[in-house]
Design a protein around this ligand. Structure first.
Ligand SMILES: [Mg+2]
Length: 665
């Protein structure tokens, strides 16, 4: 093909040379003929010379003319080709190519550009400017750029421009603009090429959004929160203001997830995000930094009261019930508050301190809202150390059991004891169960510790019986993990065998959240436990979602009324109603009710009036070590006042909160 095209290219030259040669040859033949005629006629030789000279002259002139002609046609063809290439380029290039004059008017554009600008053809754009197509702001910017190119002669390469169209549509282009010069080197305008990169830009924005936001709620994540805090701190410093930080942790969220499923849990989180955003100012940042942990940053807060008020608004909005998928869900929130600069000057420190405050708020009872104080740092350090050491506590023998008596409300006779786990840390001292038991669950250690508790409690009870102490029921708390991991029924059976304790002296306490799981495995496990001869109690009743069907289905023997109702008994009429209903429910279903957390004579009076059969609490005795409990058990009973006894108010007040004999230390 190359050879073919080359031969085609050379053919005009060959043709010219051939023409020239023919002319020379023709001239030469004519000359020879003429000369031979003349010679024969006896003409002089100068005529011959002249004829020869003229034929050579004609030949040279022909040669020159044909060369000039060939050169001119070659140049024309090159120009035609160049023009053709430019035209094809402008017709087919998908990018926007443009030439503009010194006043930024289009001189020539590519077809794709005309199409993009909704013009019928490229020629229709000639004479128009960016102002005819874009918003003034964008056109101004483009015009300024082009004027700069014209004044400096320097190109602008690879700039990312955001185009705003009159209909509000936005697009991104990657543009290169260079000066346009004439043959003499004078600048006569600009030319450029722009590629639409809107898709890429949108993808970048999406990726950037994903990197900085929580996928489920669309709220800023920890990374973006950190940035916003840095900005807020800088702004507050300049304006001598504060930055408020609220650390939120939803109460009972885990139970919602466990009982109603993750779908409902996720919907709750989304609704929480929506409510939080709606309840705050636009300048505030709401971020989600963990499962059910939210952080609110309040920049430019004027006072601590303002931050406190924001926290109260948040509590109000989250205390309203959530209606999701036909469920009415109640959640509360515990809030830790701290502020810049009083409680820290760095985002990390502020977050850490807000977390400490939140943790303390949770400890103070759910639904609390606590401001950070310096002592909390120590509490956080303790907590971290505690978590670290908890893994080894069982192996190091740091756990022990205390026992709290359960007492009959009519006779005062001790009917049973509940084994309660205690942890004595060698450095930190006694750690409250509320602080380490949830952590044991979280670390997955509850199955092992639970087995140890069961074994220790059963052998202690058997030991008391061997010592001749009147036999009592031993109540042991079971955790959900003990149900889900390992063979609980087999474990209970072997422990009873090993310790020689009769099954009727063992009572297993289950919490409501555990029984919410109505799986066949749980139901079968509970049936098998019952068949061993042990009794079952439903612990902390009234705090969860138990219904009558659960009570029947799981064949409980007892219900323990949650201590929170006792606390509210004096102050909240609703608590009284709940307690009365639970006791009636127990009577109707043939279940024994046990009131937990009974601390005052008044509470006991009320429970006796309602015929609640058993109580447990400080009024009788706190949980005590085994040897002390043995002494109490030997006395068999506590002296309780007779039911329906009317007290003198003053005497009653004086006795309120005073534990009954036998006194415990
Ligand atoms: Mg219990």
């Amino acid at each position: 093909m190359n050879r073919k095209s080359e031969s085609k290219k050379q053919s005009p030259l060959v043709w010219h040379l051939a023409t020239t040669c023919s002319a020379v040859f023709l001239g030469f033949v004519l000359t020879v003929r003429m000369c031979s005629g003349r010679l024969a006629g006896g003409e002089s030789s100068w005529a011959l010379g002249l004829a020869e000279l003229s034929s050579v002259g004609i030949a040279l002139a022909c040669l020159l003319l044909s060369l000039l002609y060939w050169l001119a046609s070659r140049r024309n063809r090159r120009r035609e080709l160049e023009s053709y290439l430019l035209q094809v380029f402008l017709e087919h290039i998908p990018d926007n190519v443009f030439f503009k004059d010194r006043r930024s008017r289009f001189v020539r554009v590519s077809h794709s550009m005309a199409q993009r600008f909704n013009m019928p053809c490229p020629a229709a754009m000639v004479g128009k400017t960016d102002f005819d197509f874009f918003s003034d702001e964008h056109a101004d910017q483009a015009f300024a750029d082009e004027q700069r190119i014209l004044s400096t002669g320097e190109a602008l390469t690879g700039i990312e421009e955001k185009e705003t169209w009159p209909d509000g549509r936005e697009a991104w282009v990657l543009t290169t603009k260079v000066p346009l010069r004439d043959r003499g080197g004078r600048m006569i305008g600009t030319m450029g090429i722009a590629r639409d990169i809107t898709d890429r830009k949108q993808a970048e924005v999406r990726i950037c959004h994903m990197a900085l936001h929580d996928e489920l709620t669309g709220l800023p994540n920890r990374a973006l929160l950190h940035d916003r805090l840095v900005q807020a701190i800088a702004l507050a410093t300049r304006n001598c203001k504060r930055v408020g930080l609220l650390m939120l942790d939803l109460d009972h969220f885990k139970s919602i997830n466990d009982s109603l499923g993750h779908y409902v849990g996720d919907a709750v989180l989304q609704e929480v995000a929506r409510r939080l955003t709606a309840s705050l100012r636009e300048s505030d940042t709401v971020a989600r930094i963990g499962g059910d942990e939210f952080v609110i940053a309040i920049p430019l807060a004027g006072s601590s009261e303002e931050i406190q008020q924001a926290a109260e608004r948040v509590q109000l909005t989250l205390n309203r019930p959530f209606r999701i998928e036909g469920h009415e869900v109640h959640i509360g929130v515990s809030i830790g508050i701290c502020e810049y600069p009083a409680d820290g000057e760095q985002p990390d420190i502020l977050l850490q301190n807000a977390d400490s405050a939140m943790y303390q708020a949770k400890n103070a009872g759910r639904g609390a809202c606590l401001a950070f104080s310096a002592e909390m740092t120590e509490a956080t350090r303790r907590r971290q150390k505690m978590l670290h050491d908890l893994r080894h506590a069982l192996a190091r023998g740091e756990f022990s059991l205390n026992y709290q008596p359960l007492v009959c409300t009519t006779t005062g006779v001790i009917t049973g004891v509940e084994a309660l786990l205690r942890w004595h840390h060698p450095e930190l001292g006694s750690i409250p169960p509320s602080q380490f038991i949830p952590q044991l669950e979280e670390l997955g250690l509850m199955a092992d510790v639970g087995r140890w508790v069961l074994n220790t409690a059963c052998s202690q009870n058997a030991e008391w019986q061997r010592q001749g102490i009147p036999p009592v029921r031993m109540a042991v708390n079971l955790s959900a993990q003990q149900f889900s991991r390992g063979d609980l029924v087999g474990i209970v059976e072997s422990i009873l065998q090993e310790t020689g304790l009769d099954a009727k002296w063992l009572d297993l306490e289950l919490t409501e959240s555990l029984t919410m799981d109505e799986s066949e495995v749980t139901i079968a496990a509970m049936r098998n436990l019952k068949s061993l001869g042990v009794s079952l109690s439903l612990d902390d009743f009234g705090t969860g979602w138990s219904s009558l069907s659960y009570l029947r289905r799981f064949q409980f023997d007892r219900i323990k009324i949650d201590r929170s109702f006792m606390r509210d008994l004096a102050s909240q009429p609703a608590a009284e109603t709940v307690v009365r209903s639970i006791i009636n429910l127990g009577h109707n279903l043939g279940l024994t009710c046990i009131a937990e957390g009974v601390e005052t004579r008044q509470q006991l009076d009320y429970l006796q009036k309602q015929m609640c059969p058993e109580i447990q609490g400080y009024l009788c005795s706190p949980a005590v070590p085994a040897d002390r409990c043995a002494e109490i058990l030997r006395t068999r009973s506590f002296p309780l006042p007779a039911p329906h006894h009317h007290h003198n108010d003053e005497a009653e007040d004086a006795m309120r909160g005073v534990p009954l004999a036998p006194m415990t230390t």
